[in-house]
Design a protein around this ligand. Structure first.
Ligand SMILES: [Mg+2]
Length: 265
């Protein structure tokens, strides 16, 4: 088994739980050791850049990530104190979404009508004056919205969405956590066997299906769809929740990696 060179970790519901607890000691030790050995860490999140930087400050990890993959599609690389846009990818990403938005006028009109008729149980999130996604009052409402949006957007070429709890982000189907991770691996010349990915919700499944990360995991609090994805990929389902579960999974893969290496030696 190849060594673990890149960690791709979701943030909300994976590194931090509802109590907002900071980085536990067990995970802190692993991150420090991984960093010391030259390993890379990418936080692969649905949050925007400013929002994840705030979250990371509260999380107080002992090392700073090397990459932030934000909004489930844009890539930023750490350059000292700064976060530099990976423009080759981000520019194309923006262009594809501009094209998608140009095709989605009718769908956006339908979304506004749906939200207006929802008695405040559906709220549209706007970016640059266009609907970028929506928030529902609870998960049951989101279940219903998922079906309605999938039906209404059927005729918009390339349209997809990312779902995370009560949040939905509209996107081009080629851009998600999995494709962002694939691009990061291309940049760093890494094969899937060298990559670990962990997440807890629907928007994580594209990086947990075994395609882009050979070592996959989910904390115990992950939703069933994620557990099933990780199970099918031959990954590790932690018994512990949130960051404690991430540490547990990383220890598991460390044991497997070192065990195989010592066997081969
Ligand atoms: Mg999450």
């Amino acid at each position: 088994m190849a060594s673990l060179r890149l960690l791709s970790t979701d943030f909300d519901g994976t590194l931090i739980g509802p109590s907002g607890e900071g980085c536990p000691e067990a995970l802190a030790q692993i991150l420090v050791e991984h960093h010391r050995q030259g390993g890379l860490w990418a936080v692969n999140t649905g949050r925007g850049l400013e929002h994840i930087l705030e979250g990371l400050e509260d999380f107080s990890a002992p090392v700073i990530p090397d990459y932030l993959l934000v909004n489930e599609r844009a890539i930023y690389r750490r350059e000292g104190e700064l976060w530099e846009s990976h423009e080759e990818w981000n520019r194309t990403c923006r262009k594809r979404h501009d094209e998608l938005n140009g095709l989605a006028g009718g769908f956006f009109g339908w979304v506004k009508e749906m939200a207006d008729a929802s008695d405040h149980t559906i709220t549209i999130v706007y970016e640059d004056e266009l609907p970028a996604g929506l928030i529902t009052s609870d998960e049951n409402m989101m279940e219903e919205v998922v079906l309605r949006v999938a039906e209404a957007a059927r005729d918009v070429p390339g349209f997809a969405f990312q779902r995370n709890s009560i949040y939905m982000r509209f996107c081009h189907r080629d851009y998600h956590k999995g494709s962002s991770l694939r691009e990061l691996c291309r940049m760093e010349n890494l094969s899937p066997e060298e990559v670990f990915a962990v997440g807890d919700h629907f928007n994580d499944t594209s990086m947990l299906d075994g395609t882009h990360a050979g070592m996959t995991a989910c904390p115990a609090n992950a939703i069933e769809a994620v557990k099933e994805t990780v199970r099918r990929a031959g990954g590790y389902l932690s018994e512990a929740s949130w960051a404690h579960g991430v540490a547990e999974a990383l220890r598991y893969y460390e044991r497997r990696t070192s065990g195989r290496e010592s066997t081969c030696a």
